[in-house]
Design a protein around this ligand. Structure first.
Ligand code: ZN
Length: 132
């Protein structure tokens, strides 16, 4: 993945983070997925009923899928701490559905980031081929 695309995704994720609804944890997260060449964003949305909340990565991917996209090739996720933000276990499984070779760009609030593939983050993941 070229550097300018990575930078576009990080910028979009950081923009989405501004809309995070995180009154309980205070941990604001933004995400941006590249799906069929278009960027879709999402933020974490918490709930007073904690398990009902949704992470930024799943919100962004659901937005893309809702617009008819299926080819999610990359996702950038940015948190609000000095540590790089990696997708939680549920998000890893959710995103794995769209490809184990997906590029995952994990960012910290200060401009640092690292990239992985989904396969690296979720080895031996459960996918559609697991049910054959
Ligand atoms: Zn998550």
């Amino acid at each position: 993945m070229d550097k300018s695309t990575v930078e576009r995704l990080i910028k979009a994720a950081a923009g989405a983070r501004e809309n995070a609804y995180a009154p309980y944890s205070g941990y604001r997260v933004g995400a941006a997925v590249l799906a069929d060449g278009e960027i879709y964003t999402g933020c974490n949305v918490e709930s007073a009923s904690y398990p009902c909340g949704i992470c930024a990565e799943r919100a962004a991917a659901a937005k893309a899928v809702g617009e008819g996209r299926r080819g999610i090739g990359a996702v950038a996720v940015i948190g609000s701490s000095g540590e790089v933000c990696t997708p939680c276990g549920m998000c890893r499984q959710f995103l794995y559905e769209f490809g184990e070779d997906m590029t995952v760009i994990c960012c910290d609030r200060d401009g640092g980031y690292e990239t992985h593939t989904m396969k690296e983050l979720l080895p031996f993941g459960f996918g559609s081929s697991s049910m054959k």
